[in-house]
Design a protein around this ligand. Structure first.
Ligand code: KG4
Ligand code: ZN
Length: 345
């Protein structure tokens, strides 16, 4: 079964055509990130205006890429996200479903991120599993007994992990989105490269790292997160410096260590408590190589298989929406299908 998935919850317009929830026949993404960079973040009106322009060309290109004159169903992410952006994806999916007389499926964007782990991989995650969704707007731990069975264990009480990356990057004078930028500059500060088992080449004085940032809620009994205090600690540290530029990479490095420490520790604690067979990670922050390395390491130590999507499918994409629709095939009528900006699990 070929499903066309539409993702337009934030600043991306992405369409994927996926066969049987796994094989990617097409994946086309248009992003207004360059435009948003000018403003240092996503301006909803700017995002939506771009999406209106590119939605149909992106769909057309995806159909051409897949050599698919026909698909079997249409899926769209209907929340959470920006209302203007969501409306464009949802209304377009209704029009396609009516015009082609094909079933329509509504997908929660966060569930889409989980299903990016079913794309293209030979081995599929086994249930019960624990999903860590780390994106620009969400940080959630979700227990899944099977396809379609989601139990939210915990969420961030304030900033999302990706949001903290974006805000700290902004204070360091780095561009938007901040996650990849923090990762890039942190690489210049390499006290010890565990993956290679040797000392890295620091470009700044290593003695500068005589500080550590806090790891909020790392040992709390629950599975909630909090990143706002960490962000404030970093901003306060930056504000008392006379010359930030010489310390950008060490601050980025220590901040990244703190976020990854919390995410890894809480995820593995939950995975052990609920005796899951696999852990899947999704959302833009899943692209982070330190998080990938640390999660894979703790998974191996605890004999729990850890899955990450490829970097391309960690960030927002239409293919994950199509994959989620295949495994959660619930038809919705065009009248019932409405965008929901504050949708949760
Ligand atoms: O899932 P996503 O593409 O969009 C949302 O649903 O929000 O996630 C975007 C978030 C941004 O906050 C971005 O800074 C973060 O993912 N991100 C990263 C990396 N790549 C993207 N964070 C850390 N390291 C990365 N390499
Ligand atoms: Zn996302």
């Amino acid at each position: 079964m070929k499903i066309l998935g539409i993702e337009s919850t934030c600043d991306e317009t992405s369409v994927g055509i996926v066969e049987d929830g796994s094989i990617i026949l097409a994946s086309v993404t248009a992003s207004s990130a360059d435009l948003q960079e000018k403003y240092g973040g996503v301006v909803p009106e700017v995002a939506a205006r771009e999406q209106v322009k590119v939605m149909i060309p992106v769909i057309r290109e995806a159909l051409e890429q897949a050599f698919a004159p026909q698909v079997d169903a249409i899926a769209a992410a209907y929340g959470p996200g920006l209302i203007g952006s969501l409306l464009i994806g949802v209304e377009t999916s209704k029009a396609l479903s009516l015009a082609w007389n094909k079933p329509l499926i509504g997908i929660n964007h966060l569930i889409g991120h989980i299903y990016s782990n079913w794309l293209e991989s030979n081995s599929k995650p086994e249930f019960p599993l624990l999903a860590l969704v780390v994106s620009g707007g969400h940080t959630d731990l979700v227990l899944m007994a099977d396809h379609g069975k989601y139990k939210l264990l915990g969420s961030t009480l304030d900033d999302a992990a990706g949001e903290a990356f974006d805000k700290v990057a902004k204070h360091l004078g780095l561009s938007y989105p901040g996650g990849p930028e923090i990762e890039r500059v942190a690489l210049h500060y390499a006290p010890f490269d565990h993956s290679r088992g040797k000392q890295g080449k620091p470009s700044v004085d290593r003695n500068l790292a005589n500080f550590k940032f806090p790891r909020p809620m790392i040992s709390s009994e629950d599975f909630d997160f909090s990143f706002s205090g960490l962000k404030t600690a970093v901003v306060n540290y930056i504000n008392q410096l006379s010359d930030v530029r010489s310390q950008i990479s060490v601050i980025a490095y220590e901040f990244q260590e703190a976020v990854v420490d919390v995410l890894t520790r809480k995820t593995i604690t939950a995975a052990k408590k609920f005796s899951v067979k696999s852990i899947v990670v999704g959302g833009g922050v899943a692209a982070n190589s330190l998080l990938r390395r640390r999660m894979l390491d703790v998974g191996e130590i605890n004999k729990i298989k850890v899955y990450f999507p490829s970097v391309e499918f960690s960030v927002d994409n239409g293919a994950m929406i199509a994959a989620a629709a295949f495994h959660n095939f619930k038809k919705v009528s065009a009248q019932e299908f409405i965008a929901d900006p504050s949708l949760h699990f």
